[in-house]
Design a protein around this ligand. Structure first.
Ligand SMILES: *Cc1c(COP(=O)(O)O)cnc(C)c1O
Length: 365
């Protein structure tokens, strides 16, 4: 029997599937629009990465432009900047939410403007589902009139002052990849402010066909539309969203109870009441001096017991592929990477598996 425990398996009950209907994509988009607010227009696409790429296209980002991006994230936040031939400028995190630091964001923008080049867009992230300092970041984007792209790939169900993550930026991005809170086995969504933007995104996502009886192209297009089969899965999955959300949050509580009285271990949680995280992945920070062991010791112990855990995202400014990119910040994201660990958080974890995790961790304590 396979007794391995994985970091983030999503649960996909085979209910409410309507795979053979043609209108699955439109119906899935309607459900998403209902969820995010009727004033939003949502385009279902084949991945979160393509949603980010489309948002850059719509922001008019092209060759040689600068795009500011959170450094502490998964590479998919930044890669589409390169697809467009633009230059990423990476920003460190702040310690409350682990997301983009507004202070360094403004510093970077001022620096670029001084050099005669205002950034074309800002990509910020709600990492591990934790809402970023949205108000501060939005104010800066407004002040300098820069397009704001909200990478909410990991933050479906998270809210900031009660408003859903993904609805704050000029564009919001959701991922339905296999390991995310809600999966369609690969997929994503682009949340637009209005129908016009959605129509433009639709145009680029379906090979940029001009209006003509033949195939006529005056721009480069992409094949980014979501498949109808996957949209059918998405329709069924939407009814489980709240269930998954409360389960992931209960897993976070479970880790808080395990580590409650342990010195030197901090379970990542909301720093105040305006933040509500889906706790897509539960993460800890281990202070080796206080705890007497490092996050790597926990990882190895879990591995020995067939339980998957993973280091936090390695910041983009430390990645070999981005070593030439400009960076504004200190060492907050670097230290998070050095001391942190993501623990199993999937929505199909059983009571028995949680018990195994608890026993394994307690061997170290
Ligand atoms: C998963 C993820 C993406 C990309 O989504 P895909 O659907 O896998 O392309 C982008 N940004 C972040 C922060 C992610 O975690």
């Amino acid at each position: 029997m396979d007794n391995r425990i994985f970091l983030s398996k999503s649960n996909v009950p085979l209910k409410n599937l309507n795979l053979l209907e043609d209108n699955n994509i439109l119906e899935f988009e309607k459900l998403l629009e209902k969820y995010f607010g009727e004033e939003k227009s949502v385009l279902a696409v084949n991945s979160g990465t393509s949603a980010i790429h489309l948002s850059l296209l719509l922001a008019g980002v092209s060759k040689g432009d600068d795009v500011v991006c959170q450094s502490f994230t998964f590479s998919a936040s930044a890669n589409p900047i390169i697809y467009q031939g633009a230059n990423p400028i990476f920003i460190d995190s702040e310690i409350d939410t682990w997301n983009m630091c507004p202070f360094y964001l403004e510093k970077a923008i001022k620096h670029r403007i001084k050099n005669g080049k205002k950034p074309k867009a800002i990509i910020f992230v709600h990492l591990y589902g934790m809402p970023a300092k949205i108000e501060e970041i939005s104010l800066i984007a407004k002040k300098y009139n820069i397009i704001l792209i909200e990478d909410a790939a990991e933050a479906l169900g998270s809210t900031y002052k009660g408003q859903k993550c993904g609805t704050f930026g000029d564009f919001g991005i959701i991922s339905f990849n296999n390991n995310k809170l809600l999966t369609t086995f690969g997929g994503g969504a682009l949340i637009c402010k209005d129908v016009k933007q959605k129509e433009k995104a639709f145009f680029f996502s379906t090979q940029a066909r001009d209006q003509a009886p033949h195939y006529q192209h005056s721009q480069i297009g992409y094949n980014y539309r979501m498949s109808s089969v996957l949209a059918g899965i998405g329709r069924g999955q939407m009814s489980f969203l709240n269930e998954y959300l409360s389960f992931r949050r209960s897993v976070n509580q479970f880790y808080k109870s395990i580590f409650k009285d342990i010195d030197g271990i901090y379970v990542f949680e909301e720093s105040n009441k305006i933040l509500f995280s889906n706790h897509w992945l539960s993460c800890i920070i281990v202070n080796e001096k206080e705890a007497g062991f490092a996050s790597e010791d926990i990882r190895l112990q879990l591995l020995e017991d067939n339980i998957e855990s993973r280091l936090l995202w390695k910041p983009m400014h430390l990645q070999p592929i981005f070593k030439e990119a400009l960076y504004f910040g200190g060492s907050i994201s670097e230290n998070l990477f050095k001391q942190g660990l993501c623990l199993p958080s999937g929505s199909n974890l059983t009571k028995n598996q949680l018990k195994r995790i608890s026993i394994s961790i307690k061997k170290l304590l």
